[in-house]
Design a protein around this ligand. Sequence first.
Ligand code: NAD
Length: 353
Amino acid sequence: MNPIEAGNYTIYFNEDCYDHLQKILAIGGYTGIFILADTNTSQYCLPNFLAQLATELPIEIIEIEAGEPNKSLETCTEVWHALTDLGAERKSLIINIGGGVVTDLGGFVASTFKRGIDFINIPTSLLAMVDASVGGKTGVDLGVLKNQIGVINNPVAVLIDTNFLTTLPQMEMRSGLAEMLKHGLIADKTYWDNFSDLGNMTTDDLGALIHWSVEIKNNIVEQDPNEKGLRKLLNFGHTLGHAIESHFLNSATPQLHGEAVAAGMVLESYIAMAKGLLVEEEYDEIRSVILSIFGTVSFTAKDVEDIIGLLVHDKKNEGGRVLFVLPDGIGSAVINKKAENILIIKAFEDYQK
Ligand code: NAD
């Protein structure tokens, strides 16, 4: 699979990854490597990675607890301390090997440690491969509020080795599919059409779709890296999705990021239909494809009230107005759209009907 140029860095795939890593290490002038993994990726991914890493540089491994509740400033503090205690310096390189929690948090830690050191992302979850590891957004949650603290800063490279997916739990695979569906819905109907029948999908098909998804995201990010306008498209499903994820974060029924975004995309598509942007057949198609993969989340009236209350914290809000990205057809979307609370409530009713 061809590498993808992403502004000042490159995204490499599969067999190309390790050759290019050696080249980066050879010319980077680094004094040491600090690998950040979580409790799962240090077990399932790190041994394979280390077996392919040939370097004379000293290597230290820093492990964090797995899971979204650990994408916090407290974990950052632990990692900053570990880096300090282990002697990290300006010319150290951080390699983040993990899902979106590790790449988001590790990118933020690297971008702020000693005012910024280089980092490489090695995504090991489907969601991190197609979305979180590319585009330069780094950061952590503040309490339950998603991604409230962070910076946009690119890695030195992203290395996508789809072999890591063999140990990824099925529910995490499904979570990653949500962001792939999003890429189709906002930008490419042909891409979306690949997901109507997942039953016949082969590993090769999946590899090609991952590459295609990264191309779609990168194409949007390159046109608007600092999210002044167009990049907001990538937030489709996330206004309600983030609020759903926050609402259930510390509950007995936490929703994975992709699961929450999947529900958010159905809800926001309903709003788009109600506003005349989508025709009913398109809404029905989006709803049935997504619900056939993800099932339906149950929301009580109190859940809906609380989720709507959380929308005031969304990062896209301007002047206190909650703004949505809404599809205006399959493969196209518009930004900065308002929706009345009554319409949001109706969207939840239709979602659960
Ligand atoms: P995650 O990092 O929590 O990974 C999911 C789970 O899978 C974790 O338990 C992890 O340990 C495990 N895991 C990862 N790779 C594995 C492997 N190969 N084998 C076995 N287990 C493995 O979550 P995620 O779904 O990867 O990412 C979600 C996060 O990404 C959220 O915090 C979200 O906000 C963020 N995100 C960021 C961006 C961005 O642009 N920066 C975009 C989308 C999502």
